[in-house]
Write a protein that binds this ligand. Structure first.
Ligand code: ASP
Ligand code: SER
Ligand code: ZN
Length: 602
């Protein structure tokens, strides 16, 4: 740990030597470009080395939760922060950007990214950064090591410890509302454990971001989109408003279906949270019996599903995954009764910013695994596509983070079409009810998810930007959820208990903070990409993907750029328009007509 830190500091000193080389002295444009190139060369090579060390340590800590690995992660992340936030680095990047007119556009983009990276790690406040890194690492371990318990023994012990995967499986089959409530509550116990650490982290994250001149940690995270925190929230509210004509009838239909299922009156004030199978009501699966996709995958092994997802991308003309992917990934759940704990939320990793790509997931034989595998491999193929000499290390990232999320979402959408599933040998019935499929997509993938995703962002916006007092976290969360999702806590008292923190159970608040709008934007984006592909290729000629190599070429064109161009330009070039909900609203128009006739009306 010490060694890594010393190495980082030695290299940072070397950095400073470069920085002292007359950054402010006026000179010919060639000179300043050469100076920027020299600085960026050193920066990019150190960036890569330290990112690799940090990713490797984070990978170990997330796939084998124990104090030793937490310590190694903390050390590696400290080295990382010492580098990206080094005052000499920041000063040099700022000085060079003052002469941006004389630089290459690609240099300007890199320098801006250098400053964004530093936003997280004010080098003149090393003790603050150290406290923050340690708090991040410790809270991640609380989360990843958490064990759920539905039925505690009288002495408080837990005869049957459950992972998140087990907990969700129990909920899915349960029809008894009292049992459902017990399972739901067990899931939310995690929030009680997370809250104190998150209160501390909220303050540390804000302090760090404010030391670097941002209004809050939320504003820092939004900055790479080229927007302020308020602009982001206004855009998200606009998406919710655009989708309201679809959401409102879908919500009414769902309330009626669930009331019928549980033999309850139709709720007037919002649907109780424990009526949904998903712990946050972020997707409303299991409501369209003819769309029981799990049955489709029952005979497919989990590894085969991941192989299928690889085949999807290979069909589009991408390379097969490197052998190391299969050796190093961690694809299956760790048993609750074993010794090893791992993070239970899927993620994709670009460990060395080159060919070492990995996925952490909990693959099973079900539909969710099918979608998640396509989603995660979307990240992986993004990583592989921009790992080219032309793309500097610091720009080996998506056009923005939402693009990174959106590619896999888009792929999963193409791979979820009945014709495609049949191509892959899955037993999809010949006669498919198109409305059922559209309804299921609205419930599971899109329409139900959108307001939830905005609820998470609004909560985090208030947490960071408005310094929401901790005793308001629980009540405010349920106000937001009530307003945006039309979902209420199982009992009203729950919202009033400040020791609870139901929002804190959402893993992203801990390990991907103030960035959940990435998924909202990715959702909007995927319909925009889909409409372009459908209109340009699939509606003409063959509906088979493999018959349209142009689709793969077009997609690779987006991915290979990485972060070298402004995302708005990339989007306009790829689809001919700015970010818009129009394709999504149009896509669901037939569903709105159907809902009006089938119980979604007033
Ligand atoms: N990282 C993904 C999500 O948070 C994983 C998932 O969908 O399970 O988007
Ligand atoms: N993957 C994200 C989540 O699980 C968005 O769907 O919350
Ligand atoms: Zn993702």
């Amino acid at each position: 740990m010490k060694l890594i830190l010393m190495a980082a500091l030695a290299m940072a000193a070397e950095e400073a030597a470069v920085a002292d080389d007359g950054a402010t002295a006026p000179g010919p444009a060639d000179g300043i470009r050469a100076e920027a190139a020299a600085f960026l060369d050193v920066y990019n090579s150190m960036y890569r080395s330290l990112a690799t060390v940090s990713s490797e340590a984070n990978w170990r800590a997330s796939t084998d939760v124990k104090p030793l690995n937490e310590g190694l992660r903390t050390g590696a992340d400290q080295a990382w922060m010492a580098f990206v936030g080094a005052p000499a680095v920041v000063a040099k990047a700022r000085a060079l950007l003052d002469r941006a007119d004389a630089l290459d556009p690609l240099q300007v983009r890199q320098l801006r990214q250098v400053l964004f990276e530093a936003g997280d790690a004010p080098g003149d406040r090393p003790d603050l950064v150290a406290r923050r890194v340690a708090a991040e690492s410790a809270l991640a371990s609380v989360q990843d090591g958490f064990v759920y318990c539905v039925d505690r023994a009288a002495d408080g012990s837990c005869p049957e410890p459950l992972t998140a995967v087990d907990l969700d499986a129990r909920m899915a089959g349960e029809r008894d509302l009292d049992r459902r409530l017990a399972i739901w509550r067990a899931g939310k116990e995690e929030g009680r454990a997370i809250k104190p650490g998150l209160v501390e982290l909220r303050d540390l994250r804000n302090e760090v971001a404010r030391a670097m001149g941002y209004s809050s940690f939320f504003a820092l995270q939004v900055a790479p989109y080229g927007m302020t925190a308020d602009e982001m929230m206004a855009m998200l509210d606009g998406f919710v408003a655009d989708m309201q004509p679809v959401y409102a009838p879908l919500h009414r239909w769902t309330a009626r279906r669930l009331a019928e299922r549980y033999g309850q009156p139709v709720p007037e004030e919002g649907i109780p949270a424990h009526w949904f199978d998903n712990r946050w009501a972020q997707e409303w699966g299991g409501l369209v019996p003819s769309m029981d996709l799990d049955a489709l995958f029952a005979d497919r092994g989990a590894e085969r599903i991941v192989r299928d997802a690889e085949a999807f991308y290979v069909d589009l003309g991408f390379e097969p995954l490197p052998a190391s992917f299969w050796e190093k990934s961690d694809l299956y759940p760790a048993p609750a009764d074993g010794d090893r704990r791992k993070n239970t939320h899927a993620s994709a990793w670009h460990v060395d910013l080159d060919r070492d790509v990995r996925v952490l997931m909990n693959a099973r034989s079900d539909a969710d695994t099918w979608f998640t595998a396509h989603h995660e491999l979307g990240h992986v193929y993004y990583f592989l596509s921009y790992s080219r000499p032309e793309v500097p290390m610091v720009l080996r990232r998506g056009a923005n983070r939402a693009f990174h999320e959106g590619i896999g979402e888009f792929a999963a959408m193409l791979a979820g079409r009945p014709a495609y599933l049949r191509e892959r040998g899955l037993p999809v019935p010949r006669r498919q009810d198109r409305t059922a499929a559209l309804l299921d997509e609205a419930l599971v993938q899109t329409v139900a998810f959108l307001p939830f995703s905005v609820a998470v962002s609004r909560f985090e916006y208030e947490l960071y930007e408005k310094d929401l007092p901790p005793d308001r976290w629980q009540s405010r969360w349920w106000e937001i959820v009530g307003e945006l999702q039309g979902v209420v806590p199982p009992t009203p008292e729950r919202a009033a208990d400040p020791a609870l923190c139901d929002a804190c159970t959402k893993t992203h608040l801990v390990d991907d903070p103030a960035a959940y709008y990435d998924y909202t934007i990715a959702t909007v984006l995927k319909y925009q990409l889909y409409q372009h592909v459908a209109d340009t290729w699939l509606r003409r000629g063959s509906p088979r993907l493999a018959d349209h190599p142009e689709i793969g070429t077009w997609l690779r064109g987006i991915l290979e750029k990485g972060g070298t161009e402004d995302w708005r330009v990339v989007l306009r070039e790829a689809t001919g328009s700015d970010l818009t909900t129009r394709p999504m609203v149009e896509y669901f128009r037939p569903l709105v007509r159907w809902l009006d006739r089938h119980g979604g009306g007033e």
